[in-house]
Design a protein around this ligand. Structure first.
Ligand code: FDA
Length: 401
């Protein structure tokens, strides 16, 4: 149990540190914050996003994590925390807890067993550090005076009054409200004079009007997606509502409403040369039959009427084949929007890094206030980067407290 009051108002529990949010960052912070730490969460279980992440296997970090894999108004901000608690430190923690893992692709590391092992590991690290966890707890009131934060919370039908020198905002972003995501960290940041940058859904599928790609739903292929800011070579997935898959989720974080995206459907092929060579070798073959040797047949069938694909290879001029190859390698589409916070894996933007010390994640203006994890304006790519930011920022604040 946390230290009971020796001073303060009657009935007020005196603590060193209160961490709001028992997610990835909050639990990591609690494991390092020292005695007198209480973690509060309104959910019934800790680390719910860890539990469902990576299809239940948690893509817990990325071997190639670098500051370049993170988006923020200040791209330098994440460097210090990432350098002082790296992916190798977290891998070492996993190994010490005998949790088996493997690399899936592109440096993405997953548990061999279950994501629940990561939650159990963090809970045991918290216990070792002497931290206390209160679940199903709702914050009712928060103020700061005489160097301490005073909180009124409701738990198990009772009202509790708490006081702590340090308050850590670790309640994450707005993604997936159904899982209990709220904007609490942003509200508290504003209450204490910290800025909050514009927030948007990130790592999220694109939508298109009139179920445009419904006939292709479920089809996946390797593609190169790009816009003016970024390019990603990963799988593209057609869905009933639009486009998804890793390449789309990645690009969505760099996309703005109304912007066009470019899709290269044959990124590693010289499509023009291949079609021209086959015209020589098999001129009687239908153009669509030949294309289906390079692209999924369903996609060719879908595109044929739009692109006027008909006739035999022998009927196609060089310029027609070149134009076709260029169209397929630079397919321009304008999404009508994204699926929004309902399905977004992360929230872009958040608590302004200008107001935080990058080494400790401590507020520059409000003594004792810290902000970590997804609540802060640092957002990683798809592939284990967001958990790495949660571990690194949680560690930075925890060790600074
Ligand atoms: P996180 O969201 O984990 O925790 C916040 C905590 O605060 C929660 O426990 C919540 O209940 C609590 N809280 C919120 N509002 C509160 C309130 N008002 N009062 C009290 N408590 C409150 N990343 C990655 O690297 N690899 C992956 O495999 C995946 N997979 C993935 C799948 C899905 C479906 C989603 C939605 C997200 C991912 N992510 C991911 C992203 C990753 O889950 C996310 O970036 C981290 O969990 C962020 O950690 P935080 O601790 O900052 O927030």
């Amino acid at each position: 149990m946390p230290n009971r009051a020796r001073y303060g108002t009657p009935g007020q529990m005196q603590l060193n540190t209160i961490i709001l949010g028992a997610g990835a960052a909050g639990m990591m912070c609690a494991a390092h914050a020292g005695p007198g730490t209480l973690v509060l969460d309104h959910a019934r279980a800790p680390g719910e996003k860890i539990r469902i992440s990576g299809g239940g296997r948690c893509n817990f970090t990325n071997m190639y994590a670098e500051p370049e894999n993170f988006l923020s108004q200040n791209p330098h901000f994440c460097k210090s925390a990432l350098a002082r608690y790296t992916q190798w430190d977290f891998i070492d923690l996993m190994n010490r807890h005998h949790i088996a893992w493997h690399e899936k692709t592109l440096g993405q590391l997953f548990c061999n067993g279950s994501a629940k092992q990561v939650i159990s590991m963090l809970l045991s690290e918290m216990e070792r550090a002497g931290a206390t966890l209160w679940l199903s707890t709702t914050l009712k009131d928060l103020s700061h005076a005489d160097g301490r934060f005073s909180l009124t919370v409701e738990r198990e039908g009772r009202t509790e009054h708490l006081s702590a020198r340090n308050l850590v905002l670790a309640t994450g972003g707005k993604s997936i409200p159904k899982m209990g995501a709220t904007g609490l960290a942003y509200d508290i940041a504003r209450q204490f004079g910290l800025g909050v940058t514009e927030t948007r859904a990130g790592l999220v599928p694109f939508t298109f009007p009139e179920s445009r790609f419904a006939p292709l739903a479920g089809l996946s292929l390797p593609a190169r997606l790009s816009n003016a800011r970024a390019t990603f070579d990963e799988a593209l997935l057609f869905t009933h509502r639009g486009l998804s898959g890793p390449a789309v989720l990645q690009l969505s974080s760099y996309w703005r409403e109304g912007e066009e995206i470019a899709i290269d459907l044959a990124p590693d092929q010289d499509l023009f040369a291949a079609l021209r060579d086959q015209r020589q070798a098999a001129g009687r073959r239908d153009l669509t039959t030949e294309l289906a040797r390079h692209l999924p047949a369903r996609l060719v069938e879908f595109l044929a009427p739009q692109l006027g694909l008909k006739g035999r290879l022998a009927d196609q001029s060089d310029s027609a084949l070149r134009a076709l190859a260029e169209t397929l390698r630079d397919w321009r589409l304008t999404p009508s929007g994204t699926e929004g916070y309902r399905t977004a894996e992360v929230t872009l933007g958040g608590i302004d890094t200008d107001m935080l010390d990058s080494r400790t994640l401590r507020s520059k203006s409000q003594p004792g206030l810290y902000a970590i994890g997804e609540a802060v304006d640092v957002t990683g790519w798809l592939g284990g980067y967001n958990f790495q930011w949660a571990w690194s920022s949680g560690h930075a604040a925890g060790t600074a407290i």
